[in-house]
Design a binder for this molecule. Structure first.
Ligand code: PEP
Length: 257
């Protein structure tokens, strides 16, 4: 079987200006170094606000800090008259490896439909960015349709038109678990993540599905991460609130210890 390098991703949301970003990244790096964390065992990625991306890129590069960089969104377009939008081309130039697409907060507050999400996935791929495709059901969806129906539909739509073998990351984030302190159980996460891996297999091939990291997100903390990581189809975590607290995020990254 393929071994997938676990990915622990910190989504800062609209928090930390560029100076605070420097302080957090440096402290996180030192904390992990002091703990003699093996940087190859787990991939760490940070997703700052756009205005911090250049600063964080410079810091990672100057201090040889082994974190991957990503953005929280991108435009579906590459350039032109789209005031306020940010192109994937710009993100790629700043050494972003990843871009979050379809986070539930964007679906909810910015009316991002499955069609918009699919167009953004295509935009990311045009610029060699790895899309971190977020899917998840609301509490109401869970009641009405069960856990996996909405995430399956969202992922199927996002992967339509993606070529076989393409590298993507999937984040299963039940909306009711985000920022609520009420995480899914490891078994609930495993169930949906296993189903999502089947969707990846049907959409972009069995080999790609074997290699694809599927993350769980929603109130991940140092106290519950190990349970998620023990699940065979959970390959990491997308962490919001806890990624802003250095000791907590470092403990999540060091979940094996
Ligand atoms: C998120 O925003 O992707 C998230 C999972 O948030 P939190 O960890 O705060 O629930």
């Amino acid at each position: 079987a393929v071994t997938r390098t676990p990915l622990i991703a910190g989504n800062w949301k609209m928090n930390l200006d560029h100076l605070q970003a420097v302080a957090l990244v440096q402290k996180l790096h030192w904390t992990l170094k002091d703990a003699k964390h093996d940087a190859d065992s787990v991939e760490v990625a940070v997703f700052p606000p756009f205005t911090d991306v250049r600063t964080v890129q410079t810091l990672l590069d100057a201090d040889k800090i082994p974190f991957a960089l990503g953005a929280q969104d991108l435009s579906a377009h590459d350039s032109g008259a789209y005031t306020g939008e940010v192109s994937g081309a710009f993100l790629a130039k700043l050494d972003c490896r990843y871009v979050i697409i379809g986070h539930s907060e964007r679906r909810e507050y910015h009316a991002e439909t499955d069609e918009v999400v699919a167009a953004k996935v295509q935009a990311a791929l045009r610029h060699s960015l790895v899309p971190v495709i977020c899917v998840g059901e609301t509490a109401e969806d869970l009641q009405t349709h069960g856990a996996s129906a909405v995430p399956v539909a969202q992922l199927t739509a996002a992967l339509a038109g993606v070529a076989a073998g393409t590298e993507v990351v999937v984040a299963y984030e039940p909306v009711w678990a985000i920022g609520s302190g009420q995480a899914a159980t490891p078994e609930q996460a495993q169930d949906v993540c296993a189903t999502l891996r089947e969707v990846v297999a049907e959409s972009i091939g069995a080999d790609a599905a074997e290699r694809t990291r599927i993350l769980y997100g929603g109130s991940v903390k140092s106290g519950n991460i190990a349970g998620f990581m023990r699940q065979p189809d959970v390959d990491g975590a997308l962490v919001g609130g806890a990624s802003l607290v250095v000791d907590e995020f470092a403990a999540i990254i060091r979940y094996q210890k």
